[in-house]
Design a protein around this ligand. Sequence first.
Ligand SMILES: Cc1cc2nc3c(=O)[nH]c(=O)nc-3n(C[C@H](O)[C@H](O)[C@H](O)COP(=O)(O)O)c2cc1C
Length: 265
Amino acid sequence: MVLKLSIDEELCTACKLCQQVCIRDNIIVEDFAVETESNCFECGHCMAVCKAGAITLKSFEGHEDRISEYNSREIPVDYDDLLQLLKQRRSVRWFKNKKVDKETFDKLFEGAYYSPSAQNSQDVEFVVLDEKLDEFMELVYDIIKVQEDEFFRIKEFGDYLKDPSTKEFHPLLWGGKQLILTFSNDKTSAVIANTRIELLAYSLGLGGFYSLFILKADEIDHDRLMEFFPEIDSSKHMYSSFIIGYPKVRFRRTIPHKEINVIYK
Ligand SMILES: Cc1cc2nc3c(=O)[nH]c(=O)nc-3n(C[C@H](O)[C@H](O)[C@H](O)COP(=O)(O)O)c2cc1C
C-alpha cells in the first residue's frame, strides 16, 4: 500500500476529525490516526482539519510555504461587497494600450490554485497568448471557417484577416491583445477555475470577456488545435477563452436582466 499521508503520532490527539472528513474511509483512529486504505486522492481535508497539525500530504512536502492558517469563523468578504463586485461586472471589449504583466497574471492564477476540480484531479492548465496571439487566431480561423455561412462573425473575421484595413476592430477580439485559454479533461473544472481568475481580475481593476467563437476551434478540430499547444496533454480540451486587459470604457450603471428562474422542489 502506497501511503500518501505523513502522520505524526506524537502530535495526534486522536480527536477523529480526520476520520470524519475523509470521504474515502482512508483513516482510522484508535490511539492515533492511521492511514488504512490506498485510495487517498489527496484532497487534504484531513490535513486542513487537524487542530494539532499532525498530518501532511507526502507529495506536497517541501511546499510548506503554501500552507497558511486561518480563522474559519471569520469570513473575509462581505456579502454586500461581493454582490456589488458581481453587479459592476460587465463584459469589457475595449482596452487601454497597457498590457497585463507577468506579475499580475501570477496574482490571477493564484485564484486557480485554490480552485476545486473533479475528483481532485488538479489538471487545469492555462495558456496566456500575447506575442503568438495573431498566429493563434489565424489557426482558429482556419478551423472555424467551415461554419462561416452559419455565423456572420466568422465570415467577418475571415474578411478582416484578408484585409484588416476594412474593419475598425478585430471581429472576435475587439480591442483585446491578450487571451487566457483554459484546458482540462473536465469542462466544469476548467470553467470554475477561469471564473475565479475573472473575479480576481475585476478586483484588480482588470476586465475582459469570454469568447464563444475561439472555443469553436476545439469543438470542430480538437487534434489540429492541440498541435499549437505541444506543452499540453492533448487529451485535454480548451474549455474557456477569456480576453483580458485594462478597461478603457467605464460603465456607470447596472442593466436590467431577465428574471432568474429558480425551481425549488
Ligand atoms: C460563454 C460565453 C461566450 C461569450 N462569447 C462572446 C463572444 O464570442 N464575443 C463577445 O464579444 N462576447 C461574448 N460573450 C459576452 C456576452 O455577449 C455578454 O456576457 C453579454 O452580452 C452580456 O453582457 P455583460 O457580460 O456585460 O453582462 C460571451 C459570454 C459568455 C458567458
